[in-house]
Design a protein around this ligand. Sequence first.
Ligand code: 5RP
Length: 292
Amino acid sequence: MADAVGNKDAKNYYLDTPVTDNGFFAKGLGNTDWGMKNRLSRLFNPKSGNTVMLAFDHGYIMGPTAGLERLDVTIAPLCEYADVLMGTRGAIRSCIPPTLNKAVCLRATHDTSVFFDDMSVGSGLGCDIEDAIRMNASALAIQCFVGGAGERDSLETLCRAADAGYKYGIPILGVTAVGKEMERTPRYFSTASRLLAELGASFVKTYYCEGFEKVVASCPVPIVIAGGKKLPEQEALEMCYKAMASGAHGVDMGRNVFQSEHPAEMMSAIRKVVHEGFNGAEAFEFYQDAIH
Ligand code: 5RP
């Protein structure tokens, strides 16, 4: 039985060895069936292999945070710049026009709010698979608290969501949550990402960190990064670039977009990094030209 003591640390990540593609562009997903591949091809651009997701699900734990006071005013106009919309069913149904025809990654857990002492206590399913299908979801996002109080329940939720997802061909996005008391180390992010992939997530959302190429290499499915708290635009674009250069397949960003003074231009600059291979400096120059 594997245990927590006396293990040898991972060391050989075969960073120079390309991943076997099994005949499909998305990493590790060549053996899934047609419906799943079709949805993955809406989530990830088959040409670049990457995705720009717009995360605006924060209200489900944070309420009306800055930039999300009126989703119809601030988020709806930004959706055209995204490949994928990540939000709750309540936010999407009430504020996002269905005519936009963007892939939806439905936030499908409920979690504890900012008023709760320990936000890592965890979650359960926030909507059932039938409602996700009714919303035409291309993916379900399941938050997991690896190492937190909610580890067991949230991993159970992920497994049951993956069962339902495989049944109907809907990929699961495993989200590695970071709680107040939880680790934010490369070892943590690589362990949490790998766990979620092994338990059935078709792609994983985590945070950029030092040594990110090892986090990516040891996760058998695509990784997208969250943006985290608002940074100056130049730093946020540099972080996107570093994540992509380390092998990430896109971003699922929220606050660094909708809390920017120029969210549409920020989205366009992020697209340049994710889909066109711009580096951080080139993307920031593009951003500055665009805002002027
Ligand atoms: C929280 C989430 C959020 O959607 C995501 O982290 C928000 O993105 P950002 O950090 O870029 O504001 O999944 O677990």
